[in-house]
Each structure stands twice: as C-alpha cells, then as structure tokens.
Write a protein that binds this ligand. Structure first.
Ligand code: F3S
Length: 753
C-alpha cells in the first residue's frame, strides 16, 4: 500500500515504513530500558541510529522523516536553495502547495483569477521546479497545505517536516509533523538526515467528553492559557486519556495545529477509530488497515513517563475566546464581555472569519452552518461581514454539494478561495481605516498585531468557528450563547441551541476539480526559468565562509524591546510577494521591531554617520562599509513562524550575531543554518546593561565549542567597556555550518567531497 497514491512510483509503502519503524522502536526501547511515550515511538522510530539512547531535551537526533511539505511562500526559497545544491531529484516524497499568495477581496472566483495573474511567475517557477525535481505540485485553488496533507498524506506514526509553522496539524492523524525552515526541507530533500534536539514530552490527559457548545478548539485555547506562548518550547505535546475518543480526527488536527502557538515542536494523538474513519472517508482503507495492525506502536507504552502532565476535564470545559494580540490570553466566553470593557477593547465586532488551516473541516463548517440555519429561521442575517475559507477544494466542493455554502451565503457571508487569505494578511480590507480600533473574531490560530489586515489597531480574537459565527450574528463580544438571548425585531427572544454537525459527509467527499500536478517519471528535460530581471525571484549567491577572525567593533543595529516575532523580523502581508527574492524582501528586515531606545519602529541611528534611518537601510549601509552588526533581543525572540527569511535577511544585510534573552527554537536553528551566531545572555539581566548605541566584540570564536560560553565585550559610547557572558546551543556539525558560512555551503562541500 503506498503511503499516498499521489507519491511517485517507487516511494516507500506503509508496510515497509511500519516494519522499519517497529524494528527501530524495539531497539530504542531495549537500549533505553524503559517504556516509551507515543511521540518517542514515532520520533525514535525514525532515528538513523535507534540505539543511540537519546536524552530528552539534550541529545541532537538525526532523523529520517517520511515526507516534506512546503507552502508556496516558503517553497520558493527552499526550492531556490535545493537548486543551488545541484542535485537532480528530491530524495524524500515532497509536495508544494499554492495557498499563501491568494488575497481575499471580492470572493473566491475573482480573487483566484487575480492571484493567478499576479503570481503567474512564481506558480510557473514552482510548477516547473516541481516537475523537474520530482515534487508533487498542488495548484492555486487546491486548498491550504495542512488540510491537503491531512486529506492525502498524513498517516498514523509518520514523521514529516513542513516549511510552515502549522505543519503539526497532521498530528490529527497521529503523526509527528514539525514546522521547519526551508533549509531543513532542503536537507531532507537532498537525502541528508534532519536534525532535531530530542524533544521533551508534555502529556495532556483528557477526561470527560466534548459536547454541546464546546469544541476541539477550546481544548487548545485552554492549553495555551495554561502553557502560554513559550510553555511548549522544546517539547512535543501528547494527548491521551478517555476524552480523546470524543474528538473527531479533524478536531484533533485543530488541536495539534495550534500547538504551534505554545511553541511546541509538534503535538500528536494516539491512533483510534476516529482516525480510522477519516482515513477510510478519504480513500485510504489500506492505511487504516495497516494502522489497525500496528496499533500497539501507535500509543504510549504502559507506564511511559512525561516531563509534565496537564489535566483537562472536557465535561467542565467551556468555550474560550483568546486575545487580542496574543493567543494565550484566554477568556471563558462568560467573562469575555466584561474583560473587553475593563481593558478598553472594542466590544463591537467588525468582522467574523471562519476556516483557515486550523478550522475548516467538514465538521467545523457543518456545525457553523447549523447555527446559521437556526439564525436564518429566526429571520436573522450576519450583523458583520462574515467570511468562510474552505480548507481544500474537496471541502469546498462537498460543502457546496451539501448546501452549506448556500446557507452561509443566504445569511450574507462571503465564501473565499480555498487558501490562507486573511489568515496571513492577504486581506484587501476596505471597511476600516489604518489605525482605526476594531475587533474581529476568527477561527484562525494566530492573532499578533497586524497579522490579518495590517492594521495595528485591529483586535483579533481567536476562537472556535462556532463562536466566531455567533459573534458575527450578535455583532458584540458580550454574548454568551449558553445563557443569553437575542431580541428579534418583533420583540421576541431568540436563543441558539448548541450546534450539531456531521463529522464526515454522509454522502462521502466530493473531490471537486483536479488541482494536483504529479511529477513526471523523468523531469530532467524540464526547464526551470528564473528571469534575471524578475523582482520576485532571484537565484542565490552563497554566503561567504567565516574568515577565522573574531568579530570586532560591531554596532548594535537595534536593541529590540518586548515581543519580536518572525512577523516583526520579516513582516508578511505585502512582503510575501518577495519571498523568492532575497534582496527585495530584505527591505522589510526588523521593520516591525520596537527600538528600545526610542519606543519607535523602523528607525535606528547609524553609529558611524550619526544619521537616523530605516533599519534595513542602516544595516545595508554598515554591510556596504564592511562593518558587521548585531541585534539585541528580549525573550522568545523569533517566535511565531518557521520563516527562514527572518534569518536569511540579517545574514544578507551583513549581520553577524543575534543576542537575546531566549530564542524560539525554529528561528534559532534557522539563524545557525544561515551562518549567523544566535547567542543568549548567560545572565538575562545583561540585556538591560546594553544600549542601542553600544558597540560589541565577540571574542574567542576560534575556540567555539559545544557547551562552551562565548565572551562579548561591550563598549558604550561613554564609560568603561565591560564583558558579558553568552551561551549558545551549537553542536559540532552546526559549528561547521558557521565556519562554512551556511549549512548549505557545508552540505555542498560534504556532497562534493
Ligand atoms: Fe495558511 Fe493561516 Fe494556516 S496562513 S497555513 S491558513 S496559519
């Protein structure tokens, strides 16, 4: 049985995959001499050396993932990097998904046409590169990467990587699916092992069962409340317990998807009948059968130990609404209105948006359609604009066939293209001015400032699709559907009843249009053209190797204050179109970061010329003058997405080191891959001793070694120099990346040597 019927001939089968994994698990269990958790079985089952006795939170694992998935924004740079490796074909089953570049404005058809015109060059590049290098290509309109992976590629016990931070969505089918930067994808596509620091394991024990108003989203909103945006860092979140069986497979996908918001490496669930049902409904009986026979390896061993256990009783869990501006600020629905008033957040809702990779399953949309039908029957229409994003062409075709799309439209909704759209800032919004405070409710996963419409005053609350639907009918946040009623025009009261929906379509899925391009058996003759005059695509020039000298006299380009996510470092929205052009996209570097000296964004002083300028311009001026520079950052620097541009840009503009209180894992690795030095203060209080007008030396680089701290000498404009101790997490091989100038340089060297 193929892992996916869409994979090229000769790809591994599920039987081969499980046989190898089963043998590896045996070896790992024996050599560790203890029971294993589910995620340990999955991860250690994919080790190059299963007898290597990994230590959670310490060992760097060398893994062989089953597949790679890339979305179109990140695929451009990954494919450009793969091209520069000089290899003829990808070594692991891989796919590209066109979902991020489609802007929402006038509804599905018009938006799709506009996107195809606007992005033709990029789509042609990715389609031809896919054909040449053996990568499956999902055309624009096919849907959102994570939904397509769940429908076609995910399988229980699998290990995959994806160049998108919500890749963990595939945990809904019992995978360990990890969001990475494009550079990691290049490693796996090139046949090299993928390196991951052995994750810790957080167990979430679910008791009771989901019912009524509570939905799978509420579980992860609650987990985010408990663990915060950093709490999952370096860990896999593993759900278990009797409550699991009350969650649908796609609901488990939602929970795993949003595990990215707590910084988790990924999240996963044990294989159960719900997963079997979903596999069968999506034409994968063979996988379900194989998983049934492999079941013992698809759940934790009796007595397996977790680094931490969180208890959630689903019987008492109520709907949650999290936000604004951060996904871990949780409000039970009955307290939301009060808290909004107390905090001065606009109580009036200006838009409701449902769908996205997080919540666009048939079940989600059928529960929302049920609420919409109730409202229509009472004579109500949506009070605010309401947008529905189907996650895939299959979901779109099925909700259209089954009348759900019509129900939404009758109440005044707009059905958008099968794409990311407003979830990633691709929303040409016309009803609010920039800077105008307003509240939106979404069923998405991420709600940093400016993420959806570019407006810093848009207060985004993430919630279940059901609650987003309710708020679009009420037009205000201070409404609890479990207790409150709406007053109709005739003065009577209307109460919603708890939503009901089908987990899977009774009549089966309608596949809709065929939107997949399989790679030809031999793509060697396919031409991949990159126009040298293009402003969207640019072939890469390798970064230069480290010259063996210490870094001296480097100005602090910016001391960033507070949250500095990958959105602050490499903003999305309008910049997405330059993802394949390093020079052009570098003009957005750190323009969202707050300068600790001034409290302003995108304005720093050039310490040489004393002139103030935009961050990328000042960085480029230093680079052109042959001066390296550093960034000083706060906690969890680079949280958010797997965006490797956030690491490529500082390197391209001449940055040498990023020195912070702590890093988000993916960003730290991405910096290493690009030949940068990600360093952390041994004493976090040292952050306060440095200013944005200091210069620094990083010394002793020739002795850089795993586990050995580095010294930084800080020279303020006035006053004495002082030393600061910095930590790093480089291992031996990663140090070679630094010396070679980048992981890609090192990889090329190792392949050709
Ligand atoms: Fe797309 Fe938003 Fe998911 S950008 S992949 S829909 S998080």
């Amino acid at each position: 049985t193929p892992l996916s019927v869409l994979d090229p001939a000769g790809s591994p089968t599920i039987e081969e995959t499980y046989a190898k994994m089963g043998a590896n698990i045996e070896i790992a269990r024996k050599s560790l001499g203890r029971p294993l958790t589910l995620s340990e079985k999955i991860v250690y089952g994919h080790l190059e050396d299963p007898a290597s006795n990994p230590v959670r939170g310490e060992t760097y694992l060398k893994l062989r993932p089953d597949r790679v998935a890339m979305q179109d924004a990140t695929a451009q740079m990954a494919v450009l990097q793969f091209i520069s490796s000089g290899l003829p074909k990808v070594a692991a089953p891989s796919t590209i998904h066109c979902d991020h570049l489609i802007a929402a404005e006038n509804g599905a058809d018009a938006d799709m046409k506009a996107a195809k015109d606007l992005n033709r060059e990029v789509y042609d590049f990715l389609a031809t590169a896919g054909a040449k290098f053996g990568i499956g290509f999902w055309r624009p309109g096919s849907g959102i990467i994570h939904q397509i992976v769940l429908e076609n590629y995910a399988f229980p016990g699998g290990l995959m990587i994806g160049t998108d931070s919500h890749t963990p969505n595939a945990g809904g089918l019992g995978m360990c699916a990890v969001g990475v930067g494009g550079a990691d994808a290049v490693d796996v596509m090139a046949g090299l092992a993928w390196e991951l620091k052995c994750p810790k394991v957080i167990g979430v024990h679910l008791t009771g069962s989901l019912s009524g108003w509570t939905s799978p989203k509420d579980i992860i909103l609650k987990v985010a409340d408990i663990l915060t945006v950093k709490g999952g860092t370096g860990a896999i979140v593993e759900y278990f317990g009797p409550g699991v069986d009350s969650i649908s497979c796609t609901g488990m996908g939602t929970i795993c998807n949003m595990g990215a918001e707590i910084g988790a490496t990924c999240s996963t669930f044990p294989y159960n009948e719900r997963m079997g049902d979903y596999l069968r409904a999506t034409g994968r009986e063979g996988i379900a059968k194989a998983a049934d026979g492999f079941r013992d390896n698809l759940r934790a061993d009796e007595g397996a130990e977790y680094d931490r256990i969180i208890e959630i009783d689903l019987d008492t869990l109520v709907p949650h609404v999290n936000g604004p501006f951060t996904p871990d600020l949780a409000h039970p629905v009955d307290q939301l209105g009060e808290r909004a008033v107390a905090n001065g957040w606009p109580v009036e809702v200006s838009a409701g948006l449902i769908g996205s990779c997080t919540n666009s399953s048939y079940e989600d949309l059928s529960r929302c359609a049920d609420l919409t039908r109730q409202a229509l029957a009472a004579g109500l229409k949506f009070k605010t604009p309401f947008m529905v994003t189907p996650g895939s062409e299959q979901v779109r075709a099925t909700i259209t066939r089954d009348g759900l799309a019509k129900t939404f439209s009758e109440a005044g909704a707009t059905v958008l293209a099968n794409a990311c759209g407003p979830c990633i800032g691709q929303w040409n919004r016309h009803d609010k001015d920039m800077g105008e405070a307003n509240t939106i409710v979404t069923s998405y996963n991420r709600n940093f400032a400016k993420r959806n419409d570019g407006n810093p005053a848009t207060h985004c609350f993430v919630t279940s699709p059901e609650m987003a639907t309710i708020f679009a009918f009420t037009g205000t946040l201070d409404f609890n559907p479990m207790t409150d009623a709406l007053t109709l025009e005739d003065g009577s009261e209307f109460r919603f009843t708890a939503p009901f929906g089908d987990q899977l379509p009774k009549a089966g899925f309608d596949h809709g249009e065929d939107t997949f391009q399989a790679p030809p058996a031999d793509g060697s003759a396919v031409e991949v053209a990159v126009d040298p005059k293009s402003d969207r695509l640019q072939l890469l020039t390798p970064f230069s190797a480290w010259d063996g000298e210490d870094y001296k006299g480097m100005p602090v380009l910016i001391k960033a204050k507070g949250k500095c996510t990958t959105d602050h470092i490499s903003m999305a929205g309008p910049w997405l179109k330059y993802r394949g052009h390093l020079q052009n996209i570098s003009n957005n570097m750190l323009i969202g970061a707050i300068n600790a000296e001034t409290g302003e964004t995108n304005c720093v002083q050039n310490l040489d010329t004393k002139e103030w300028g935009e961050v990328p311009a000042v960085a480029a001026a230093y680079r052109d003058a042959g001066i390296g520079w550093v960034v000083i950052g706060d906690e969890n620097y680079g949280e958010g997405s797997s965006r490797e541009h956030a690491a490529l840009e500082p390197r391209f503009l001449g940055g040498r080191a990023i020195i912070v209180r702590s890093f988000a894992r993916i960003h730290e690795t991405n910096l290493k891959k690009q030949g940068m030095l990600p360093l952390t203060f041994a004493d976090p209080a040292d952050y306060d001793r440095i200013t944005g007008t200091d210069r620094v030396d990083i010394v002793g680089l020739a002795d850089l070694a795993p586990g050995k701290n580095v010294t930084m000498v800080v020279t303020p404009q006035e006053g004495e120099s002082f030393e600061v101790e910095l930590e790093h997490t480089f291992n031996e091989e990663q140090l070679e990346w630094f010396k070679a100038g980048s992981a890609l340089n090192f990889m090329k060297k190792s392949i050709t040597e």
